[in-house]
Ligand binder design. Structure first.
Ligand SMILES: Nc1ncnc2c1ncn2[C@@H]1O[C@H](COP(=O)(O)OP(=O)(O)OP(=O)(O)O)[C@@H](O)[C@H]1O
Ligand SMILES: [Mg+2]
Length: 383
C-alpha cells in the first residue's frame, strides 16, 4: 500500500473538527514534575478513536514522559487522563486498554519469535488454541511467518523491531503507544516500515500515538501532529496545516526548511499586511491576518519552493523581491537548493525541482540572481 492509496482515505478523517465527536483519550491539564524540574507542563489534548497521532519535538521535551503517563507507568503530578470515559488515575498499566512499545524495546533473548509474541497472552492465561491463532495472525501481519522459530539474535534489526511491534499488538489494545518504533532502522527500511505500520493501524482499526524525532516520518504517517517544546504543546495540527500555517518561527523551522524574512509592519489591514524589510531591501506584501501592531518586528515565513529565482530583474524590485549572489547549490534528490547571499548580508534558500524546464541558461555559483515571491506564498509570524 502506498501513500497515494492512503491519502484520500485519511483526508476524510477529521473527528477533531466534529464537535459531536467523543475523544477516546482525554488529557486535561496534565503536568509531571521531577523534583524541581517540570518535564510536562500543563498539557491538554484529545485523541480520537482510529487516529494516528504523532508527538514531535527535540530531545528532552517530554514526549516519553507524556506517553508513560498515558500508559500508566508514571502518575501525573496534576491533571487527569481518561480513556473511553474512564478516569485512569488509579488503574495500573496492565489493566489499561493501552500498550506501549518502548523506545528501547527489549525482546526476551532466550525466547523464539513466536514465544516473544505469545508472552503477554500467556501471562493473561488465554486458552492455548487462542494464543496459537493470535500469534499466527501477528506473524502474518508483520510478515515474519518464516521466522517464528528463530531467536532475536538470529534476526536483523528491522525484523526484531517488527517482533516487538507484533508483541505489543498481540493483546489487541485499544491504544498503542509507540516510542520511536522505527529508531533502529536505516532510512530505506524505515520508509517501508512506515507504510506497513499505517496499513496495520488501518487494518486493525487501532489508535496509535507515536513519538518520533523525525519530522518527515510524522508528516508521512500522522493524522495530526503535536509539536512539543519544553514540556508544552506549541501547535497541534494535521501535517499540511503545520507546514502551511505554522504558529511560530519555532514550528516553521522545525517542520521542513523555511526562509524567515524579518521586517517591520508599516500597514496592517484586514487581508493585507505590509512590512518594510532591511533584509530584502524591499517591501513585503502578504495576504492574511495578523495581530501585529504598527512598527512591530515580524517575520514573513516563506518555503524555499515558493520563491522564484531568476537571472533577470523583476518588473518591480521594490515589492516582494530581493537580490543576491548564489554561493552554494545543493542537490537533494530531484530538487536543487540554491543558497543565495542577499545584498543585505542575510541568506535565503530557493528550491527548484530538477524536472522543471529551464528557459534561461542554468543558474550557477557566483551568479547575481533576483528572488521573487507572491503575497500568498507565505505567512506573517509575530513570534
Ligand atoms: N524519572 C525521571 N527523573 C527525573 N527527570 C526525568 C525523569 N524522566 C525524565 N526526566 C527528565 O524529563 C525531561 C523529559 O524527558 P523525556 O524522556 O520525556 O524526553 P523525550 O522528549 O522523550 O526525549 P528523547 O527524544 O530524548 O527521548 C528530560 O529532561 C529528562 O531528563
Ligand atoms: Mg523519549
Amino acid at each position: 500500500m502506498s501513500a497515494k492509496t492512503l491519502g484520500p482515505v485519511r483526508r476524510k478523517f477529521a473527528p477533531w473538527n466534529d464537535r459531536s465527536a467523543v475523544p477516546l483519550i482525554r488529557i486535561q491539564n496534565v503536568s509531571k514534575v521531577f523534583g524541581s524540574f517540570t518535564a510536562v507542563d500543563d498539557v491538554s489534548l484529545d485523541i480520537y478513536e482510529r487516529e494516528f497521532f504523532a508527538l514531535l519535538g527535540p530531545s528532552g521535551c517530554g514526549k516519553t514522559t507524556l506517553m508513560r503517563m498515558i500508559a500508566g507507568f508514571e502518575v501525573p503530578t496534576s491533571g487527569s487522563i481518561t480513556i473511553a470515559g474512564q478516569d485512569l488515575t488509579d488503574v495500573p498499566p496492565h489493566r489499561r486498554p493501552v500498550n506501549m512499545m518502548f523506545q528501547s524495546y527489549a525482546l526476551f533473548p532466550h525466547m523464539s519469535v513466536e514465544k516473544n509474541i505469545a508472552f503477554g497472552l500467556e501471562m493473561d492465561k488465554l486458552p492455548r488454541g487462542e494464543i496459537a491463532a493470535r500469534v499466527e495472525e501477528m506473524l502474518h501481519l508483520v510478515k515474519l511467518e518464516a521466522f517464528a522459530k528463530r531467536k532475536p539474535h538470529q534476526l536483523s534489526g528491522g525484523q526484531r523491531q517488527r517482533v516487538a511491534l507484533a508483541r505489543s499488538i498481540a493483546k489487541r489494545p485499544k491504544v498503542l503507544l509507540l516510542d520511536e518504533p522505527l529508531g533502529a532502522l536505516d532510512k530505506k527500511l524505515r520508509e517501508e516500515t512506515q507504510f506497513e505500520l499505517l496499513e496495520l493501524q488501518m487494518t486493525l482499526g487501532m489508535t496509535f500515538v507515536i513519538v518520533t524525532h523525525d519530522q518527515d516520518e510524522a508528516m508521512t504517517m500522522a493524522d495530526r501532529i503535536a509539536v512539543m517544546n519544553h514540556g508544552q504543546f506549541v501547535q497541534i495540527s494535521p501535517p499540511a496545516e503545520l507546514y502551511e500555517q505554522p504558529v511560530s518561527k519555532y514550528v516553521a523551522d522545525f517542520i521542513g526548511d523555511i526562509n524567515l524574512l524579518e521586517g517591520r509592519v508599516t500597514k496592517n489591514e484586514p487581508g493585507t499586511i505590509i512590512l518594510d524589510s532591511e533584509m530584502t531591501g524591499s517591501r513585503i506584501e502578504a495576504v492574511g491576518e495578523s495581530s501585529a501592531g504598527m512598527g512591530d518586528k515580524v517575520w514573513f515565513a516563506v518555503r524555499p519552493e515558493k520563491v522564484a529565482i531568476s537571472l533577470e530583474p523583476p518588473r518591480d524590485p521594490t515589492i516582494n523581491a530581493t537580490e543576491g549572489t548564489v554561493w552554494d547549490i545543493g542537490y537533494v534528490g530531484d530538487v536543487s537548493v540554491y543558497h543565495v547571499r542577499l545584498n543585505s548580508g542575510g541568506t535565503m534558500r530557493v528550491s527548484i525541482a530538477n524536472t522543471q524546464r529551464v528557459v534561461e541558461r542554468p543558474i550557477s555559483w557566483e551568479d547575481k540572481v533576483f528572488l521573487t515571491w507572491t503575497p500568498d506564498s507565505g505567512i506573517v509570524l509575530t513570534r
